[in-house]
Design a protein around this ligand. Structure first.
Ligand code: TYD
Ligand code: MG
Length: 450
């Protein structure tokens, strides 16, 4: 075997250096060097060239059962129908959010498969403790490997290839030939590369857990997003029990899906009807609360928007939002100020989405505006009315997508009235049992809601 060495490569210009340097002597970029192996070939086999050829599309066959259902519906939907053979799935999320728990539960549901759980975070004993807590079924096909050295891991996999590999987490794995420490960009990329090769060559699905927060990365994972097939983010507020599995990239399905879970005493529970859950603690008759029909993925979800508007104690009023983009909130406040003549300049405004979830579609604008106006005037929003609509800069209520699903969901949960954009009115079959009102401008909507 050839001697394996590493080198450092500038990520912006490709300049090579035997040592790490802070500044690239070629392009003058700072902190651009990442360690890479020079002798990759030593560990890779090459097929005899005479057999290699391009293959006509018609000759490529896909077995019918190339997806494995986990029977955790919330997860299967996010994955586009199940785990695809040989795919690499990255699950990111803050520490403590429940990534390891989710993985264990997937394993518990696939009791007939040989699962190799590679843990660099916890000892085998700790994993056993979690398994007991989750009432993990007794079987011998769940194998724990508490190891971080990629050479050893690779050898174990070569010896007895499992059906599914779980890596917890990618930041703890290291290739001994690289001198940089585990979790560095070079190491993370190297290990992602290794697991991707294993997945493709042996057709084994691989789950990679990565610690990555919403606003980017702590170490590495961003750089491997393009190497993997699916990127999911497990999120939720630490103090709430609800967890949302969001898919950011999926080569085998839609990227709009979400899965909703609740963290309980003994693990994650699927939430089959999120609307009921998110509305369960609504305070009737209080000002500053409104219900909106949002679409998360392909599913409509009714959620409560809360707002609190109070006179400010400081020179500059505070604007604060949880679950809603702050820029969107500021924009809505400006529209209310200009189009409805509301004087919010001396008011603190807080907006919150109940249940700790976040919404980023503009169709919730009308509901946010209603909650703010309701709190400002201290008049409750009609508790039996749902609203949907995007608000334009001119104060007009603009068309939204999937109107039929939203109306159906409101009907299903027993609401009596729904306020929607006027232009949406014509386009769908109206369900019975709910009054549907189309509005053109925000002032019309507010008259109906408050
Ligand atoms: P964990 O899966 O270890 O999170 P991660 O791998 O993302 O860091 O679980 C995180 C939290 O979940 C932990 O604080 C304890 C809690 N938890 C439960 O409430 N119930 C359970 O059954 C388990 C296993 C964990
Ligand atoms: Mg963990």
């Amino acid at each position: 075997m050839a001697k394996v060495l590493s080198k450092y490569i500038c990520q912006s210009c490709g300049y090579e250096s035997p040592r790490w340097t802070g500044k690239c002597p070629n392009c003058s970029g700072w902190n651009t060097f990442v360690e890479e192996l020079t002798q990759r070939g030593a560990t890779r086999k090459t097929t005899t060239s005479s057999k290699v050829r391009g293959m006509p599309l018609t000759e490529i066959d896909i077995q019918d059962d190339y997806r494995t259902r986990t029977n955790i519906d919330e997860l299967d939907r996010v994955l586009g129908g199940g785990i695809v053979d040989g795919s690499v799935m990255l699950i990111g999320g803050d520490p403590g959010i429940g990534k390891s728990t989710l993985m264990m539960q997937i394993a518990a549901h696939l009791a007939d498969k040989i699962i190799l759980y590679i843990s660099g975070e916890e000892s085998a004993r700790q994993i056993k403790l979690r398994a007991d807590r989750l009432k993990f079924p007794k079987n011998d096909s769940f194998l724990v490997l508490a190891e971080t050295n990629l050479d050893i891991i690779q050898e174990v996999i070569e010896r007895t290839p499992p059906d599914i590999i779980i890596v917890d987490s990618i930041q703890t794995m290291f290739k001994p030939q690289l001198e940089s420490s585990a979790g560095s960009v070079g190491q993370v990329r190297e290990s992602a590369g290794l697991f991707t090769r294993i997945a493709k060559e042996k057709s084994i699905p691989v789950f990679l857990i990565g610690h990555v927060t919403k606003d980017g990365m702590i170490a590495g994972p961003k750089v491997i997003e393009h190497m993997v097939d699916t990127v999911m983010q497990f999120e939720g507020e630490r103090h709430y029990a609800y967890r949302i599995l969001r898919v950011m990239k999926n080569r085998f399905g839609s990227t709009n899906e979400i899965g909703v879970f609740e963290m309980r005493e003994n693990g994650l529970e699927e939430v089959k009807n999120p609307s009921e859950v998110f509305l369960s603690e609504r305070s009737f008759g209080a000002s500053g609360s409104s219900v909106v029909a949002s679409i998360e993925g392909t599913r409509p979800i009714l959620i409560e928007v809360q707002a609190l508007v109070t006179a400010t104690n400081y020179g500059t009023p505070q604007r604060n939002s949880t679950g809603v983009d702050l820029r969107r909130l500021n924009l809505l406040l400006a529209v209310l100020e200009k189009r409805l003549g509301m004087h919010l300049g001396q008011q603190d405004v807080f907006v919150n989405i109940a249940g700790g979830i976040s919404v980023d579609e503009p169709a919730v604008d009308l509901g946010i505006a209603a909650a703010i106006i309701s709190s400002f005037r201290d008049v409750p929003v009609d508790s039996q009315t749902v609203s949907v609509g995007e608000i334009g800069l001119g104060g007009e209520v603009r068309t939204v997508s999937h109107i039929e699903k939203r109306v159906q969901e409101a009907t299903k949960l027993g609401f009596q009235k729904i306020i929607i954009p006027k232009n949406n009115i014509k386009e769908f079959n109206k369900p019975n049992g709910i009054e549907i009102i189309g509005v053109e401008r925000i002032d019309d909507a507010i008259k109906l809601l408050l």
